[in-house]
Design a protein around this ligand. Structure first.
Ligand code: MIC
Ligand code: SF4
Length: 673
């Protein structure tokens, strides 16, 4: 509240919702000004530590909860250890094991043991391997409306399905949040997505988000929060909402959020957690920076074609295309609701002989539920392979498709090579469409099968059993951290020199993902806690010679197009290139999390002033960039090979300039402490 009262015959009181003024008669007059807040603004305001709600303003917010998963968590906890803080300072921190579950050697098992011991020591809950995918379990057992959640995984916004502001970030940012530091970001624009009507049979939450992706593209959400409202919201159950907020990550959005309403109350009550429920909605009459309307009644089954989640058409448009594999599961679509749909549609039917189908139930709770309610029976009888409750095929951890195979997935990403088979073609669909394809062996609109519509009902009580979550130790001083040989010390960035000099190592197009920069999959993921080893795979999908060339040249530069670094939160996509000597990345625009990760690890992010200058740099050109003075935000890149000067910008604010000079966020945080 801002007051201008003093001892004057008039005064002003500016509060959130009104401007009061009074004259010497001491009568206050209320002028209601438009400070009605949407839901995102409300939650952010409640957590605001610095800055204001103006879009683009540098802000910092208090983080209530954190989550990590094993593939990003080992690094995050090494960073947390380096902060030398005895116990996490958050309300709740949970460490999940769900990604690196294929144990074809000692590496992953060693990492799991390390994570368990770290959690016990530092006040963190540990969700054991087998308990399920972090986002699904967090929604079920820990999330709470109105809270902030920072997770070292880009699909953390799943929590927005129950009214959280849940944001994906690099492991280092999560480590800092566990250390009690605020999370720094730019105040996003808020996009109001108005949902009207009701989904028709065989159309579900996945089709909603695929439609949003079709309209806005994979870069349409950068710097924005997607806030859902309208009378259609009440017609969506929490699992459908969570599917939508989960895959908002593919828009590049900071996060996505639904109101917390009666449906949310019922969901939390069925999880025996009604006490964390509170009603949360936008103020009536609030405004949004941008708006979109989706009429749920009109939606049809949709599909994202290779190799981008925004390459969306109607399933009907590609009907008849032969399918080689169908994969059910992932943090997007493996709730009890999704598996009930699967069971209903498969009952009495078989998986087509021309393909292989597999299911990874999203969590132990979901698995337990379908075992006890009998939904597992038609799934098994139909011939679906039962895989464990983990990310699995979604991240190429097994169940890779055949050569040039068409794989139909209820997942969220279909980037080149992500399945583990580089020339496979991955299509993203709803569970309804996936079952239809599994039955017929080709792309099929689920409405064309003549199956009776599904009446899914959320359970009144979920099967709650938290025995796979280990609370932190009561005697942390006695806990010994167990480190296997796979865990190598954390490399640190060097302080920035006055001039960055080197060669252009690689030039790439628009929408380069972190799966291109630092691939995942069964062979590479186990190296996540070993930066020297994992750095040998940087840019493997695009140019396998990159690591050797980078090392030989003593580092250098990468040139890119728009939305560089979209996709996952994996900071290894900055850390491993840093290890190889990458000094700066010059692109048309960045994706949010990767930009933050580059800054965290001291790699200078630059953007072209004139996009046409992208054509003036070629691979192997020699560049020189004087960086002594970063204060103006403008710099010049000398292309000494071509003899030209290219004007560029950096997006760093004062704090980030200090981070860059210190040699990254960890060095900066330690120096400040
Ligand atoms: C993904 O879906 O790409 C991942 C694997 O979950 C990543 C995290 C990682 O790379 O470990 C993400 O989404 O952030
Ligand atoms: Fe796991 Fe896939 Fe979800 Fe990433 S997108 S958290 S790999 S299930």
């Amino acid at each position: 509240m801002w007051r201008f009262e003093q001892k004057l015959p008039f005064g002003l009181i500016l509060s959130e919702k009104s401007l009061k003024f009074y004259l010497d008669d001491n009568v206050q007059h209320d002028v209601v000004i438009n400070m009605k807040l949407n839901l995102t603004q409300k939650i952010i305001k409640e957590h605001l530590i610095s800055g204001d709600l103006t879009p683009g303003a540098a802000i910092s917010i208090r983080i209530d909860q954190t989550l990590t998963q094993d593939a990003t968590g080992t690094m995050a906890y090494l960073q947390f250890e380096a902060l030398e803080i005895p116990k996490v300072k958050t309300e709740l921190s949970v460490s999940y094991v769900d990604h690196n579950m294929l144990q074809s050697g000692y590496e992953n098992a060693d990492d799991h043991r390390f994570l368990q011991s770290i959690a016990a020591k530092y006040g963190i809950y540990f969700s054991r391997p087998g308990n399920g995918i972090c986002h699904q379990v967090h929604l079920e057992r820990f999330g709470a409306p109105g809270k902030t959640l920072l997770g070292s995984d880009s699909h953390t916004p799943t929590g927005g399905g129950i009214g959280m502001i849940a944001i994906g970030a690099g492991g280092l940012d999560v480590a800092l949040a566990m250390g009690g530091q605020p999370f720094y970001l730019r105040m996003p624009k808020i996009v109001g997505i108005k949902l009207t009507g009701k989904l028709q049979p065989f159309v579900s939450g996945k089709d909603v988000i695929l439609e949003v992706l079709r309209r806005l593209t994979v870069k349409g959400g950068v710097g924005k929060v997607m806030e859902y409202y309208g009378d259609g919201v009440a017609n969506l159950e929490v699992p459908d909402r969570a599917t939508i907020t989960n895959m908002g990550a593919e828009l590049g959005a900071t996060t996505s959020v639904f109101p917390s309403d009666e449906k949310t109350r019922q969901y939390l009550s069925a999880q025996q957690r009604e006490q964390v429920w509170k009603e949360l909605t936008a103020d009536p009459g609030c405004t949004y920076d941008e708006e979109l309307i989706i009429d749920l009644d009109q939606l049809e089954p949709m599909v994202a074609q290779p190799h981008m989640p925004d390459n969306v058409v109607r399933v009907r448009d590609i009907a008849g295309l032969k399918v080689d594999q169908v994969a059910f599961g992932s943090c997007t679509n493996s709730s009890v609701r999704d598996l009930a749909v699967m069971a209903h549609m498969l009952r009495g039917r078989k998986v087509h002989t021309g393909l292989s189908a597999g299911l990874s139930p999203g969590s132990k709770q979901v698995f337990d539920e379908i075992v006890h309610n009998g939904d597992l029976i038609p799934i098994v009888e139909a011939g679906v392979r039962i895989l464990e409750s983990s990310c699995g095929a979604c991240i190429g951890m097994g169940f890779s498709p055949p050569t040039e195979g068409v794989t139909v997935r209820t997942f969220n990403r279909n980037f080149l090579g992500r399945t583990g088979t580089k020339n496979a073609k991955a299509y993203l669909v709803s569970p309804e469409t996936a079952v239809a394809c599994a039955i017929t062996g080709e792309f099929t609109d689920p409405r064309d099968l003549g199956i009776a519509p599904i009446q899914t009902k959320m359970p009144d009580q979920f099967r709650v059993d938290d025995s796979m979550v280990i609370p932190p130790s009561q005697e942390p001083e006695k806990v010994e951290i167990i480190r296997g040989p796979n865990i190598k010390p954390l490399p640190l960035a060097e302080k920035m020199p006055e001039v960055l000099k080197g060669v252009v190592l690689l030039k790439v197009e628009d929408n380069i993902t972190t799966d291109h920069i630092m691939p995942a999959g069964a062979k590479i993921l186990p190296l996540r806690s070993n930066i020297p080893a994992i750095s040998e795979h940087v840019f493997e999908v695009i140019d396998p010679t990159f690591p050797a060339r980078a090392k030989q040249a003593g580092g250098g530069f990468v040139i890119g197009g728009h939305n560089y670094g979209q996709g996952s939160s994996r900071e290894h996509a900055a850390l491993a290139p840093m290890y190889l000597g990458l000094k700066a990345v010059l692109v048309k625009s960045f994706a949010r999390i990767h930009l933050a990760n580059l800054i965290n690890f001291g790699i200078l992010p630059l953007t072209f002033v004139n996009e046409a200058d992208y054509d003036k740099i070629t691979k192997d050109d020699q560049l020189e960039i004087p960086v002594r003075d970063l204060s103006s935000g403008k710099l010049g890149v000398h292309n000494t090979t071509k003899g030209i000067l290219i004007p560029v910008l950096h997006p760093l604010n004062e704090r980030e300039i200090e981070i860059m000079k210190a040699g990254g966020s960890l060095a900066y945080a330690k120096a400040k402490a």
